[in-house]
Design a protein around this ligand. Structure first.
Ligand code: GLC
Length: 662
């Protein structure tokens, strides 16, 4: 049962696609306050668990933290950080009373979940213009499934996107890419994609190619495809200000960029220097921006990643003025101020709220200040691409994932969780975010494996890959200036070959479970408590996840550990993929166990009575033969395998489904 309450005059975010009539009463749970903006207060019981918030910091159970939905380009995700790249305002309060809330509000929104007062959930925002959806159901899982039904089907990527991808900021020339391809192919480490970061462009201009380095690009794309590798270029939100650059000229001429109050095009500096932001909330400008992807599609490109779309701002001319004023007054009268004022002003240059208040979107006849709809930019940039793919090649699937997002974007693309660090704690954070993201509709998800910032160690990369084996988006990505972390860079490279190889052996299973989740608005990753609601230990399990309908994952995320503790809510079969290609299998009874897991092993647990198909290895997705498999788990049952050509959208074809017996 879903009830919708409308307060003030909300902006239509298009997060929800079901037509739900507004209720005239007030919510059955909590107290709504409308005196100053909007507030929703609810008294939490001692044992209540709070799920949700998608891409957010901290645990699967969100209690004890304060989270602010305010899409932010901040790569330093320490425990106290409240805003990450995305804004996913859906939570479930689970206890004796169970309900879900979706606060459809595209500006800054605070979820204080037992932070200020341990027993108080407070949801607060500055203006009272929003839609509140209150969802009642039998269980948390049931509430999530109802929510997923009203926000529409999750994005489905092409099958190659379930392969492994290598990325690094810093690959510049064809030779760099060839070296990566060779590093993988020569060493027989599976690979399906190499990502092209900003250096493939000419001066960081969207929809251009570096003139010297990427001459005859279609041929190069084909050269890579001949090795079964797809190139996946990045697209940034800001369009470089440069006379004569076609995208810039067209955007200016047609008024497709976000403007200041006085009608001039808003300027924000990002990688290319000064840029304009395409007004992706304006349908006409969105169509125009989406059409630009055609430039690369026509050269053979089948996938993209959308970046810097919070939108990130390094600084603006107005910001520089603010800093120079602070500096000037300090220099003129040092006694009256402090050098820290200058430092603070400098630090406040990036992602400054004043800048987000200084530009506008044209939505129909209305001009809307960006800060009122800030969290919708990434969503609509990705929608621009998704709608363009639909127009350009309606029967094909394209790879698309974004850094910033709002619920609703899950229909157009997946996401990666932005700039993390090569820290063990960030591997655990990666694990915890996955089910929360699924609750909000995002299924094609993953983190920068091995960590983006900071220097990775061999053991971290291996352990993180052993988690990445299970995340739909499996990509190793690193920042410029950090230690090389491609799989072939480390000693005993065969361990990497083995761990990445497990992904390809599991591919028929993982792909089937992804498609089942996507086609029935279900979860691919679930917290244990969604499957074993009666088991109180499961409510606290923060480092194990259910995946699909058959397995549980429990990766090792601690340095120097040779294994880990794991909780089994029921008897399960513990399976390890051993480096010699064989499997270790042991039935373990319900309860707590310590299991040994070496650095070069990939563990999983099969639920009692279930089994999964495991294919032979392959070096790229198309070479995986799903019809040749070994059944692993408990004999006697059936497994439903999903298989299609991986390119088209023929999802409803009954021939895609095969019932396998063991
Ligand atoms: C941003 C992205 C990162 C990318 C970098 C350079 O920090 O999050 O993935 O490598 O920009 O484009």
């Amino acid at each position: 049962m879903i009830r919708k309450y409308v307060y003030g005059t909300p902006f239509n975010t298009e997060a929800v696609i079901a037509d739900i009539k507004a209720d005239s009463g007030s919510p059955a749970y909590g107290t709504v306050g409308l005196e100053e903006g909007f507030s929703f207060m609810y008294t939490l019981k001692e044992r209540d668990v709070v799920y949700g918030l998608g891409e957010a910091n901290r645990g699967i159970n969100k209690r004890g933290g304060c989270y602010i939905s305010d899409c932010t380009d901040n790569p330093n995700h320490t425990e106290d950080v409240r805003s990450l790249y995305a804004a996913h305002n859906f939570i479930v309060v689970a206890g004796d009373t169970c309900f879900g809330l979706f606060v459809d509000y595209p500006s800054k929104l605070t979820f204080d979940i037992g932070f200020t007062r341990m027993d108080t959930l407070a949801i607060i925002c500055e203006t009272g213009d929003l839609c509140l959806y209150v969802i009642e159901g039998e269980s948390s899982y049931d509430i999530v499934k109802q929510f997923r039904k009203i926000i529409g089907r999750s994005y489905i990527p092409p099958k190659f996107a379930f392969g492994f991808g290598q990325s690094r900021w810093g690959y510049q020339t064809k030779e760099d890419f060839r070296q990566v391809a060779e590093g993988y192919r020569k060493n027989h480490i599976p690979l399906d994609m190499i990502y092209m970061d900003i250096d493939y462009m000419q001066d960081y201009k969207d929809f251009t190619l570096h003139e010297e380095n990427f001459r005859d690009f279609p041929r190069f794309v084909q050269e890579m495809k001949d090795q079964n590798i797809r190139l996946i270029p990045i697209i940034d939100a800001g369009v470089k200000v440069e006379k004569g650059y076609e995208v810039y000229e067209e955007g200016v001429k047609n008024r497709y960029f976000c403007q200041r109050e006085d009608g001039s095009d808003f300027v924000a500096a990002v990688w290319p220097g000064d840029t304009h932001f395409p007004d992706v909330l304006n349908p006409e400008a969105r169509k125009w921006f989406g059409d630009q992807y055609r430039f690369l599609m026509e050269q053979g490109i089948e996938g993209f990643w959308n970046d810097m779309n919070e939108p990130a701002i390094f600084y603006t001319p107005e910001g520089i003025k603010r800093v120079s004023q602070v500096m000037k007054s300090f220099l003129e009268n040092p006694e009256a101020g402090s050098p820290w004022d200058v430092k603070d002003a400098l630090e406040a240059l990036s992602g400054n709220q004043d800048d987000y208040k200084a530009f506008y979107h044209q939505v129909g006849k209305e001009r809307i200040c960006h800060d009122k709809v800030h969290n919708l930019f990434g969503f609509n940039m990705t929608r621009a691409a998704g709608e363009a793919f639909e127009r350009i090649a309606p029967d094909r699937r394209f790879l698309m994932f974004s850094r910033s997002s709002y619920i609703g974007m899950h229909r157009y693309g997946g996401l990666w969780t932005g700039d993390n660090k090569s820290w063990w704690s960030h591997m655990l954070l990666n694990l915890k975010m996955m089910p929360s993201l699924n609750m909000c509709g995002f299924l094609y998800i993953g983190a920068d494996l091995g960590g983006f910032g900071a220097n990775a160690t061999r053991d971290l990369v291996l352990r993180w890959l052993a988690l990445g084996v299970f995340t739909p988006l499996m990509r190793n990505h690193a920042a410029i200036g950090t230690r090389d972390q491609e799989c072939y860079r480390f000693e005993n490279m065969e361990d990497f070959r083995h761990v990445v190889g497990v992904r390809y052996r599991l591919l028929p299973y993982l792909y089937s479970e992804y498609m089942k989740a996507a086609l029935s608005d279900d979860l691919y990753f679930k917290p244990l408590a969604f499957v074993y609601p009666e088991d109180s230990h499961c409510l606290q399990a923060e480092d194990q996840l259910m995946l699909g309908n058959e397995i549980m994952i429990a990766p090792v995320y601690t340095q120097n550990a040779t294994g880990r503790y794991v909780y089994l809510p029921e008897e399960m079969k513990f399976v390890k993929f051993l480096p010699n290609g064989s499997l270790y299998e042991e039935i373990l009874p319900a309860g707590h166990h310590y299991v040994e897991i070496a650095l070069n092993e990939v563990p999983l647990f099969i639920r009692k009575g279930k089994w999964i198909p495991i294919a032979d290895g392959a070096e790229h997705v198309e070479a995986v033969n799903a019809s040749r498999y070994t059944a692993v788990g408990y004999a006697g049952g059936e497994y439903v395998l999903y298989e299609d050509d991986g390119i088209h959208k023929d999802y409803d074809n009954p021939e895609n489904w095969k019932t396998l017996k063991y």
